[in-house]
Design a protein around this ligand. Structure first.
Ligand code: SF4
Ligand code: SF4
Length: 67
């Protein structure tokens, strides 16, 4: 799973659960998320592991995990 700018955190994404609502893309203050077509993408060099996207996801497809 994609690492983040934080050395101790990863952002986990469950493609099977995601309903492609794009809520996470819209709320990310770092513009670290995007959809290319329906392909979810995390720009690891921008993500601060703030967890805003985790909180807004309506289906629990995102999770911050300690390394
Ligand atoms: S954890 Fe924060 S910075 Fe990283 S993708 Fe989610 S909203 Fe953006
Ligand atoms: S908020 Fe959750 S369901 Fe919506 S696109 Fe992001 S990961 Fe998928």
């Amino acid at each position: 799973m994609p690492p983040t700018k934080r050395p101790d955190r990863d952002l986990l994404f469950d493609r099977d659960v995601c309903i492609t609502c794009a809520g996470c893309v819209g709320i990310c203050p770092e513009e670290a998320l995007d959809f290319y077509g329906l392909e979810w993408t995390l720009y690891s060099d921008k993500c601060t592991a703030c967890a805003l996207c985790v909180r807004i996801c309506p289906v629990g497809a995102l999770k911050i995990e300690k390394r």
